[in-house]
Design a protein around this ligand. Structure first.
Ligand SMILES: Nc1ncnc2c1ncn2[C@@H]1O[C@H](COP(=O)(O)OP(=O)(O)OP(=O)(O)O)[C@@H](O)[C@H]1O
Length: 616
C-alpha cells in the first residue's frame, strides 16, 4: 500500500472522531466538574499502577540475589534493616498499593461512567426534540425505522463504547505514558528498543481501523434498513395479512438479514486480524528487550530488579495497547454511530422560524392565498398559482379529483411546507412572520384517520392544549359528542387506549380527535375528510360534533362528499394543482361545470341507493 493510501485511511478515521468531539463538546462542558474529579482519581490510580512492580524489584535487588556459582539463593542483610522485616513490609506494600489503586480506580470509573451516561441522555433528548421539529420533507426522505435506530441503538452503542472502551482506553493511555516516562528514566537503550515498535504498530493499526470503520458504517446502515422493514411490516400488518404478502416480505427480509450478517462478520474478522497483528509485535519487542537487557545485567549496568520492572512494564504497557487495538475497532463503530446522530442533529429543518418571526397574536381567522405555487420535488409543481381568501368564521370547502392537491394546499396553512413562490397571509401577515408554535397552536386539525397515542383518553385530549384542566377536557369532549361514550367505558377518561387508539371504533376515535381540536378553541380549523370510512350512524355523530367545533371559526374542509359542502361560504374545485372552479354551491350548480356534474352524479348514486334500501 502506498503512503498516499495510508494517509487517506488516517484521514478517514480522524475527522469522524474530531467532528464528534467538536459537536459534543458543549454537552461534555456541562459535566466538566465531574469529569475533572474523575480524571484526578485516574491520575492517582495510574500512580499506584506504576508502583505495582517496585516491591518485587526491591525483593530481587536487596533481599534475594542469585548465587551465580551454585545457583542457590542467598539472603543478604541490606541497609541495616532486618531482611525478614523488609520482606514483610514489601509484601504488605503490595496489598496497600493494590487496595489504594483499586479505590482510586473505582472513583474514576464510576465518575466517568456517570458523566458519560448523563451526556448521552442529554444528547438523546436533544435528538428526539430535533427529530420532532424536522420538516415533513426530511421525514419523507428517511425511513422511520432508521431514525428510531439512531435514537435508540446508536446512542446505546456510544454509551456502551464510552463506558466499556473509551474510559479504559483513557486509563490505558495515561498508564502507558506513565510507564514510558519511568522506562526512559530507568534505561535509555532498552527504552529505545521498546519505542521502535510504535511506528510499526501505529501504521498497521490505522490501516485496519479505517477499514473497520467503513464496514461498520455499512453494517449500521443495513441494520437501519432491517429495522425500517420490520417497523413498516408491523405498522401495516393488516395489509400484509389481507394481501398475503408475508412470503414476499420474508424473502426481502431474508436478503437484508444476510447482507447485515455479512457486514457484521466482516467487521469481526477485521477486528481479529488487528488483535493478532498487535500480539505478534508485542512478542517481538519483549524478546528484543529480554535479550539486550540480560546482557546489561551480566555487564552489571542494570540490576535484575530493574530488568524485571522493565519487562513487567513492557508487558503491562503493551497489554493496554493490545486491548487498544480491540478498543479502536469498537471506537470506529461508535464513531459511525456518532456521525449518524450528528447527521440528524445538524440537519436544518426546511421549515423553521425565521430570525424575525414573532409569536402570533390571537388570530381573527382571515386567511389569504396569494399566487401560491408549491412542489415537493423541484420542477414538479403540485400547486400552481393558487389565490383565494377566507374571511374570519367562513367555511371554505376544497373538493376535486383524487391527487389534485387538496391536502397539499391545506398543509401549507399549517406551514408543514413553505410555498416555492407566492405567500399565505393570516390576518394580513405572511405566515412566516409568526413563530411556528404560535401559528400551529391556533389551528385545530381533524384528519381522515386521526392518530391517537397509547395513553389515557384524558391525555389524548389534553395533547391539544398544554396544561389543559380536567374541566376543559370534559367540556371539549362534550363539544365533540364524546363525553357520553367515554363515561360508559370501564375507566372513563382514564381508559388507556391500545396502540394507535385501536380499542375504539372509527367514529369514537374521530370524536376524541375532535375533542383534541376543540380544546384549543382555535380560530382556524382544518378538516381533511373527517368522516370518510364511517358508517351512517357514526358519520351523523361525528358531523354533529364537527358542527359544534367549527361554529364561528374559519374552517377548511376537504371532502369527497359534496353534500357535506353545500353550506360552505366558498367552494374551491381543485384539479391538477389549480382551482378550476370557485363559488358557493348554488353558483357552481348554476355554472354547470365539473362541480355540478360531480354533484349530480353523487346525487343520482345516493338516490339509487336510497330507493334500493326502501325496496329491500
Ligand atoms: N410528501 C409528498 N411527496 C411527494 N409527492 C407528494 C407528497 N404528498 C403528496 N404528493 C403528491 O402530490 C399530489 C397531490 O397530493 P394531495 O394529497 O395533495 O392530493 P389530494 O387532492 O388531497 O388527494 P386525495 O383526495 O386522494 O387525498 C399527488 O400527486 C401526490 O402523489
Amino acid at each position: 500500500m502506498s503512503d498516499r493510501t495510508k494517509e487517506k485511511d488516517l484521514k478517514k478515521v480522524m475527522p469522524g472522531m474530531m467532528r464528534i468531539g467538536r459537536r459534543f463538546l458543549p454537552y461534555i462542558g456541562k459535566r466538566k466538574l465531574l469529569i475533572a474529579g474523575s480524571f484526578l482519581a485516574l491520575l492517582v490510580e495510574t500512580g499506584f499502577r506504576l508502583l505495582e512492580p517496585w516491591p518485587l524489584k526491591f525483593v530481587f535487588d536487596h533481599v534475594l540475589v542469585t548465587e551465580t556459582n551454585n545457583d542457590s539463593l542467598k539472603v543478604i542483610v541490606g541497609h541495616g534493616i532486618d531482611p525478614m522485616l523488609l520482606l514483610a513490609l514489601l509484601a504488605l506494600s503490595i496489598v496497600v498499593i493494590s487496595v489504594l489503586g483499586s479505590f482510586a480506580a473505582y472513583l474514576s470509573t464510576f465518575g466517568m461512567a456517570l458523566a458519560s451516561v448523563q451526556i448521552l441522555t442529554d444528547i438523546r433528548s436533544d435528538l428526539y426534540s430535533h427529530l420532532q421539529r424536522l420538516s415533513l420533507t426530511f421525514h419523507m426522505q428517511h425511513k422511520s425505522g432508521d431514525l428510531i435506530t439512531r435514537v435508540t441503538a446508536d446512542i446505546d452503542r456510544i454509551k456502551l463504547t464510552i463506558v466499556k472502551v473509551i474510559l479504559p482506553l483513557v486509563t490505558n493511555i495515561v498508564t502507558l505514558v506513565g510507564m514510558l516516562v519511568v522506562m526512559s528514566w530507568m534505561n535509555w537503550e532498552l527504552f529505545a528498543i521498546a519505542l521502535t515498535i510504535f511506528p510499526l504498530f501505529y501504521f498497521s493499526m490505522m490501516r485496519l481501523i479505517g477499514r473497520i470503520r467503513h464496514v461498520s458504517r455499512e453494517h449500521r446502515k443495513f441494520q437501519g434498513i432491517l429495522a425500517a422493514t420490520t417497523s413498516e411490516t408491523i405498522g401495516a400488518i393488516e395489509v400484509v395479512q389481507a394481501l398475503s404478502l408475508h412470503n414476499q416480505l420474508e424473502d426481502i427480509f431474508e436478503q437484508q438479514n444476510t447482507i447485515t450478517l455479512n457486514h457484521g462478520a466482516k467487521s469481526l474478522k477485521l477486528s481479529a486480524v488487528l488483535q493478532r497483528t498487535v500480539q505478534i509485535l508485542i512478542a517481538l519487542t519483549i524478546a528484543l528487550v529480554l535479550w539486550r537487557g540480560s546482557h546489561l545485567v551480566i555487564q552489571k549496568t542494570l540490576t535484575p530488579g530493574d530488568l524485571l520492572v522493565f519487562i513487567t512494564y513492557l508487558k503491562n504497557a503493551f497489554e493496554p495497547i493490545r486491548k487498544l487495538s480491540n478498543q479502536f475497532s469498537e471506537i470506529a463503530k461508535a464513531t459511525a454511530s456518532g456521525e449518524r446522530i450528528i447527521d440528524v442533529l445538524d440537519y436544518e429543518p426546511h421549515v423553521r422560524n425565521l430570525p424575525r418571526a414573532k409569536p402570533a397574536h390571537s388570530f381573527f381567522g382571515a386567511v389569504r392565498f396569494e399566487n401560491v405555487t408549491f412542489a415537493y420535488e423541484s420542477g414538479k409543481a403540485i400547486l400552481q398559482n393558487i389565490s383565494f381568501e377566507a374571511q374570519p368564521g367562513q367555511k371554505v370547502a376544497v373538493v376535486g379529483a383524487s391527487g389534485g392537491g387538496k391536502s397539499t394546499l391545506i398543509s401549507l396553512i399549517l406551514r408543514l411546507y413553505d410555498p416555492n413562490s407566492g405567500r399565505i397571509l393570516i390576518d394580513g401577515q405572511d405566515l412566516r412572520e409568526y413563530t411556528l408554535d404560535s401559528l400551529r397552536q391556533q389551528i385545530g386539525v381533524v384528519l381522515q384517520e386521526s392518530i391517537l397515542f397509547a395513553a389515557s383518553i384524558r391525555e389524548n385530549i389534553a395533547y391539544g392544549k398544554l396544561g389543559a384542566t380536567d374541566a376543559e377536557i370534559e367540556q371539549a369532549a362534550k363539544i365533540a359528542n364524546a363525553h357520553d361514550f367515554i363515561m360508559n367505558l370501564p375507566d372513563g377518561y382514564e381508559t388507556v387506549l391500545g396502540e394507535r387508539g385501536c380499542t375504539l371504533s372509527g367514529g369514537q376515535r374521530q370524536r376524541i380527535a375532535i375533542a383534541r381540536a376543540a380544546i384549543r378553541k382555535a380560530p382556524i380549523v382544518i378538516l381533511d375528510e373527517p368522516t370518510t370510512g364511517l358508517d351512517n350512524a357514526s358519520e351523523q355523530a361525528v358531523n354533529k360534533a364537527l358542527n359544534r367545533l367549527t361554529q364561528g371559526r374559519t374552517t377548511f374542509l376537504i371532502s369527497h362528499n359534496l353534500r357535506s359542502v353545500e353550506d360552505a361560504d366558498l367552494i374551491l374545485y381543485v384539479e391538477g394543482g389549480q382551482i378550476l372552479e370557485r363559488g358557493t354551491h348554488p353558483e357552481l350548480i348554476r355554472f354547470g361545470g365539473r362541480y355540478a356534474a360531480l354533484y349530480q352524479l353523487q346525487n343520482a348514486v345516493t338516490q339509487g341507493e336510497e330507493r334500493h334500501a326502501i325496496q329491500a
